[in-house]
Design a protein around this ligand. Sequence first.
Ligand code: ITT
Length: 197
Amino acid sequence: RRVVLATHNPHKVEEFAGIVARVRPDLEVVGYDGPEPVEDGVTFAANALIKARAAAAHTGLPALADDSGVSVDVLGGSPGVFSAYWAGHAKDAGANLRLLLDQLSDVADPHRTAQFVSTIALVVPNGPEHVVEGVWPGRLASEASGDGGFGYDPIFVPDGQDPAAERTVGEWSAAEKNAASHRARAFEALAPLLAAL
Ligand code: ITT
């Protein structure tokens, strides 16, 4: 059985492959290089469906798409669906992260709460559509550290760590992130749907 992963983000492909291998080792995940639809939804779910429907229609295979981002409480949930383009059109992760740190420069630690959100759509050609979501709560650090992961990982400090030894996700290993992340949490809800494919 094959499933197409409708993303152009190589970091997501790598994370998905790691997570799928744990749940459905027999499932072959293939990349998608077809046309990229316009992501003009205002919710993660809408954008995930736009991407998965386009890939399912183009390939005839069941398609998975992830729409994700970071939602900062004191910013009313922004960047949210605009996470990839927060600092402009270039999808520049470093610029996005620096802008977000600047915007929070006057915000003290207890108010720097945020969450990573991953919304995954599974679209089966001529079949059902599913949407699942995973949320990973934490706080934003005051400066970047670590070079693991991608996007906002170097400034995101997940909840639940030993307070004396807190690390950003940029300092976590790939295996640690894949076991705990928003994407892993969305995947838990997706696993039974994948099992039924
Ligand atoms: P595709 O649309 O091709 O899948 P994309 O990177 O443009 O790739 P999104 O539109 O979903 O995907 O944007 C998600 C952005 O949110 C991503 O570029 C990061 O800035 C951020 N993000 C999502 N997941 C993240 C993670 O696990 N760690 C850090 N940042 C993340």
